[in-house]
Design a protein around this ligand. Structure first.
Ligand code: GYE
Length: 343
């Protein structure tokens, strides 16, 4: 199998949790500060994976990101020879609990969870701990006081994504007279990416009177949700229409593009659109000038997850937090980059 070296992982979090307020605890992993990895040895002699059974509670199938994430995990498990038992919770935390209990009953070796929302996990994580099964949190995080309830959290720095989106906007709108009205399409209520992207964005424009979030509403990370909520935004009197749209993911941004066109406006020109994820579909829209910038959020976490599972089975210590490297893309590069997009 293809081994992933941990140096591909950009950031190491030494403290538990990952809410926006704790961002200062993020430490960039470079060769200079390599000692923080002292307890961790890169994988040179992978333990036999054949015997590992990994139960994975996937939160849903709401977006293109999610489809890519699921496919990445399935492919990586196959490549690693790990037996994957995956259950899709259709955005319902109770279904995640049921899936996890079924994993405990069938005594899997390890459980990975992509949590739909970040609260309410303590009791079930305790059940898993009592059963002696190690847990990997993937993609979104959990708010738990006791960080020993999971081994590691593999996922993006959503707060930083919100910061990047706001920084792009501030630069893009530097010649426009304020106050600039911003509409925001939030993701799933209570989910880490929605909370942290919103916080990172707000913190970055705080104190800058040129920018005002005038409309904000959740649209559950779906294209149809984005279309519906954007229609609502545009039903307001014209003076209320936003000059900028910040969408917490690409699917909602694509839905919003449809609503904006229906209203007879030009997305990307009349309304500047900034999104998060970096899907090929969003790159297409960027190349057409309909989306202005996309902050990347990498769904291809499968190889990291499988390697982490093997490391845990081999008794090695993992960093508490692993974050993939991510970029920001704009229209200038969209045309040439679209072919390179893997999801
Ligand atoms: O941005 C969105 C998906 O949790 C990072 O969930 C993920 C988010 C992603 O539905 O498209």
């Amino acid at each position: 199998m293809r081994l992933i070296h941990w140096s591909m992982v950009l950031v190491l979090l030494l403290l538990p949790g990952c809410s926006g307020g704790e961002q200062n605890s993020l430490i960039p992993m470079t060769t200079e500060n390599a000692p923080v990895l002292a307890t961790f040895q890169p994988l040179t002699d992978p333990p036999a994976a054949q015997s590992i059974v990994l139960g994975f509670s996937q939160l849903g199938s709401e977006s293109t990101w999610r489809e890519a994430n699921t496919a990445s995990i399935q492919e990586a498990a196959q490549e690693a020879g790990i037996t994957l038992v995956m259950k899709n919770a259709e955005q319902d935390q109770k279904k995640q609990f049921a899936a996890i209990r079924s994993f405990i009953r069938s005594d899997v070796d390890m459980i990975a969870i992509a949590p739909v929302v970040q609260t309410g996990w303590e009791p079930i994580l305790k059940e898993i701990k009592q059963a002696g099964i190690p847990v990997i949190i993937l993609d979104r995080s959990v708010n738990v006081k006791d960080s020993s309830l999971y081994v590691t959290f593999i996922g993006s720095d959503f707060y930083e994504e919100g910061v990047k989106a706001a920084k792009y906007m501030i630069d893009k709108m530097r010649h426009s007279a304020g106050p600039i009205k911003i509409a925001e399409l939030q993701g799933t209520v209570g989910s880490t990416p929605s909370i942290d992207r919103g916080e990172g964005f707000r913190d970055t424009i705080a104190g800058n009177s040129n920018f005002r979030i005038t409309q904000t509403k959740p649209a559950d990370f779906t294209q149809s949700g984005g279309r519906k909520v954007m229609r609502e935004f545009l039903r307001q009197p014209k003076e209320e229409w936003p000059q900028v749209l910040f969408s917490h993911n690409d699917d909602m941004a694509i839905g919003a593009v449809e609503a904006i066109e229906e209203a007879g406006l030009q997305p990307g020109t009349d309304i500047i659109i900034i999104s998060v994820d970096g899907t090929r579909r969003a790159f297409d829209k960027m190349a057409q000038g309909k989306i202005n910038a996309v902050v990347e959020c990498n769904p291809l976490l499968g190889p990291l997850l499988m390697q982490a599972a093997k490391e845990i089975m081999a008794g090695r210590t993992l960093p508490k937090r692993m974050v993939p490297a991510e970029d920001v893309f704009t229209q200038e590069l969209a045309g040439t980059e679209v072919e390179n997009r893997k999801y």
